[in-house]
Design a protein around this ligand. Structure first.
Ligand SMILES: [Zn+2]
Ligand SMILES: [Zn+2]
Length: 352
């Protein structure tokens, strides 16, 4: 397989900071699209993977799965994209394409497993990991490339590729619609997208936060009502009132209190990932036939639907742009929750 050497930013070991390095990308095969990367969002997964916090990662590790860029070349069998198109790449760059889930457009739940955009075995370059978006360019099969709506700000669109689809998919799957009351728990990278998307779907949005200082922010993002989750009186008012809750909190929290806010047949869906198991009381679920579920990103077709929906409703992420050279500082700030609400890397800083 022919390769090209390109500049990237990543790490050689779990304890090492990220730094500039060179990586090899395959030259586009007949079904590939070669993308010059303009912007890449910074996801919590990037940090966890760079530091081997979810099990041993493959090194060198080049994170980044919220990629927006321009097509610079296409293989001769590519039919969906042409040079100059503005495109996106999210959390996966391939899947088996044959299992029942791939056939249903649920590639994120591919049975042998999807190929992650970074830190997955690269089928094209055996022995190497896939490298993500903290790089000058990326080569991806056209079937895993998304089209970016023309009206959206490109930098602020990058986070839609992970944070956007992670929140859109459950809201869409559980059929959130006008007339429903929907709770969003946690106002961070995921939660702020959840508020905007649930609002655009026509729901009455109730944001839950542990901090009174976030009330005005939540309203600015589109929340109709804001609740201080540590105030039992405020919480009691919502007992049995919500159709759906999207839980985007990664810290420990009492899930039973939130389950109690659901109506009959209501669902609470986790998209945040607390480290410790969450104890669920049987009687938090049984009396109102409630469901407790989880959800992971979305399939390719659904991700395109999400981008088109965001284009129609003019939804992007609230971002803070950084240069790639500041990524290590950005990780430290991310750990403190000190970002409104997503860092996006201006990839011109790597090329310059
Ligand atoms: Zn992510
Ligand atoms: Zn599959």
């Amino acid at each position: 397989m022919e390769t090209t050497n390109i500049k990237a930013f990543g790490t050689e070991a779990a304890e090492a900071p990220l730094d500039q390095l060179n990586i090899s990308r395959r030259k586009p095969t007949p079904h590939d699209v070669e993308i010059d990367i303009l912007f890449c969002g910074v996801c919590h997964s990037d940090l966890h993977t760079a530091r081997s916090e979810w099990g041993p990662s493959m090194y060198p590790c080049v994170p980044g799965h919220e990629i927006v860029g321009k097509v610079v070349s296409v293989g001769n069998h590519v039919s969906k994209f042409k040079v100059g198109d503005v495109v996106g790449v999210g959390c996966m760059v391939d899947s088996c394409r044959e299992c029942e889930y791939c056939k249903e457009g649920l590639e994120q739940y591919c049975e042998p497993g999807m190929t992650g955009t970074y830190n997955a075995p690269d089928n094209h370059l055996p022995g190497n990991p896939t490298f993500g978006g903290y790089a000058e360019s990326i080569v991806v099969d056209e079937n895993y490339v998304l089209r970016i709506p023309e009206n959206l700000d490109l930098a602020a669109t990058a986070p839609l590729l992970c944070a956007g689809i992670t929140t859109y998919s459950p809201l869409h799957h559980w059929k959130v619609s006008p007339g429903q009351k929907v709770g969003i728990v946690g106002i961070g990278g995921l939660g702020h997208m959840g508020i905007k998307i649930a609002k655009a779907m026509g729901a009455t949005v109730v944001a839950f936060t542990t901090s009174e200082s976030k009330f005005a922010e939540a309203q600015r993002l589109g929340a109709d009502e804001v609740v201080l989750s540590k105030d039992p009186e405020q919480m009691a008012k919502y007992q049995g009132k919500l159709h759906f809750i999207l839980d985007a909190v990664s810290a420990e929290h009492d899930i039973n209190t939130y389950l109690g806010l659901l109506r009959v047949d209501g669902s609470l869906v986790l998209v945040g990932a607390p480290e410790q198991p969450l104890p669920v009381g049987a009687f938090s679920l049984i009396p109102k036939r409630r469901s407790f579920a989880g959800s992971m990103i979305g399939g390719i077709a659904e991700t395109q639907d999400m981008l088109d929906f965001c284009g129609e409703h003019n939804i992007t992420a609230d971002i803070e742009m950084i240069d790639i050279q500041n990524i290590n500082d950005a990780y430290e700030r991310l750990l403190k929750g000190d970002v409104k609400y997503r860092f996006v890397i201006d990839m011109a800083s790597l090329k310059g």
